[in-house]
Design a protein around this ligand. Structure first.
Ligand SMILES: Cc1cc2nc3c(=O)[nH]c(=O)nc-3n(C[C@H](O)[C@H](O)[C@H](O)COP(=O)(O)O)c2cc1C
Length: 172
């Protein structure tokens, strides 16, 4: 399935996990990657809205890949949504450009799954605003892929995450 990965990471040069996931994704035919911070830096006013909207329409599955920052998305991904998912295009009586597309989140966390459980919140709950936004514009929301415990993740853990990501991206 033609897949567009919208990726954001504020300090990609130091990334251990998302870098590897992106490298795997880059090898899969039919996958296009938009590294927002790589393309636009931190200047959200530079986001090329017509080009981003064009790419979204060209793909059947949209993946938001990011490290979790303060239980949310990095700032450029939030800015992307604010600017690209516009009224009359993504929503509103005439806005159906994203309707029917598959949507998936691939997020990484510093804390372990156990810590999230002890804290009383699941990532699925914390991702609800993002999932609700995707559903609001008519996308079909898939189960998210969460890579937990990235601060002390082992090489085996990274490899397992890469395998899972490859499987998800090659499955229709
Ligand atoms: C500003 C900031 C906020 C963060 N907030 C969270 C958080 O809310 N929950 C969490 O589990 N990890 C948090 N982290 C840790 C990152 O999610 C983690 O380091 C990242 O997912 C690892 O991926 P990487 O190897 O690609 O950098 C935060 C890190 C930074 C720098």
């Amino acid at each position: 399935m033609k897949t567009l990965i919208i990726f954001s990471h504020t300090y990609y040069a130091q990334s251990r996990v998302n870098r590897r996931l992106l490298e795997i994704a880059n090898l899969i035919p039919d996958v296009t990657i938009r590294n927002l911070d790589g393309l636009y830096g931190t200047d959200f006013t530079k986001i090329d809205v017509p080009e981003e909207q064009h790419l979204l329409t060209e793909n059947s599955r949209i993946v938001f890949q990011f490290p979790v920052f303060w239980f949310s998305t990095p700032p450029m991904l939030k800015a992307y949504m604010d600017q690209v998912f516009t009224h009359g295009w993504a929503y509103g009586s005439e806005g159906h450009a994203l309707a029917g597309k598959q949507f998936m989140v691939a997020a990484s966390t510093g804390s372990s799954l156990e810590k999230y459980r002890k804290g009383g919140f699941t990532m699925e709950e914390l991702l609800r605003p993002l999932m609700t936004s995707a559903a609001f514009v008519g996308m079909v929301v898939d189960r998210p892929m969460i890579t937990y415990g990235c601060l002390d993740i082992t090489e085996e853990g990274i490899k397992a995450a890469c395998q899972e990501y490859r499987k998800l991206l090659t499955t229709c």
